[in-house]
Design a binder for this molecule. Sequence first.
Ligand code: NAD
Ligand code: LMR
Length: 345
Amino acid sequence: MVKVALLGASGGIGQPLSLLLKLSPYVSKLALYDIVDPQGISVDLSHINTTAECTSYSKDDLVDALRGSRVVVIPAGVPRKPGMTRDDLFKINAGIMRNLCECIVKTCPNATVLIISNPVNSLVPVAIETFKKNGIDGSNRIMGITTLDLVRAETFLGDYMNNSRVTTVGSNQFDKRRMHKVISVIGGHSGHTIVPIMLLKPMVYMMKPGQYDSLINRIQFGGDEVVKAKQGKGSATYSMAYSGYKFIEYILKSIQRESLEGLGYIPAYINFTKLTNGNDLSKKLNSNELEYFSIPINLTNGRIESIDTTILDKISEKEKEMVGKAIPELITNAKKGQRFIRNEA
Ligand code: NAD
Ligand code: LMR
């Protein structure tokens, strides 16, 4: 049985994600933690007749929330307002991430830690460095969730295909006929670091002139669309809760030793340097300096067993160019997170 702790449960993402986790047959205990007391959410959810047992924790109760957790999900932190970049959130959210990870590494160091808070490109390094500072290598189980980019890619590509939906993410629950793998997204989670990869290359030739470029742009800057539409009241929450849940489900299925076949080609933003095939990725990306990248992963028992670099074997010249543009920004973003922890000592 699996205990999941959700840190930031009272927020825009935290609330719908709590509901999805309460509905999950893979969760036996759901610990909701937030500095804004999530007690009301927990009592409300506990009236739903599914198995997950909900409990709530606030402020100084973080250790109790985390104790015994197998999976920890973190959407805690501030979201963007119009005119801001994700990087503008670093100062506040890096401190929050460090404090939460200090407690995770002491309370449930073997848990799989899934990071939603932005900027993902820098906060995953903050989490990994915090573990490292406490003598633990968490690189096979600390991951940034980039599934929203994949969900957007499938949705927006579907718009160009006469509105038929392309459902690779969790496709076993949807239209089985569309289980072909059409598009994926690698790199990072901000602007030009978000690199869509067309797996079914002929799709590009089927598009009208300009459509492919506008599809790429929409996938890379989809977050801005929501921030603008919410007019200062935050960023994506429902689509993120859905995407986050799809990724968490992937992890939970792996913990239950269920087959992940047919679930798609799901990437996560990780430190790949010590993982199986990590060297292979450095070689394919032609960079010795890059340590973090969003890439499809193979899981065993909810942890990364190896990374799957085959996606890079089939990329076009244009996609190669996009990867080349993403790498320097990814290096800078990761260094910012690493420095935040390393300079503290
Ligand atoms: P929100 O402000 O609605 O909710 C954040 C919650 O975190 C709040 O309830 C707040 O009380 C809580 N919180 C703050 N500090 C905390 C702490 N120290 N411990 C526990 N809880 C704490 O924001 P949101 O819309 O839910 O977004 C949360 C984060 O997720 C933002 O940083 C946002 O940019 C990011 N996000 C990421 C993706 C992605 O694709 N990875 C998508 C959407 C949003
Ligand atoms: C998104 O892609 O929607 C999130 O990263 C939130 C944001 O700030 O855009």
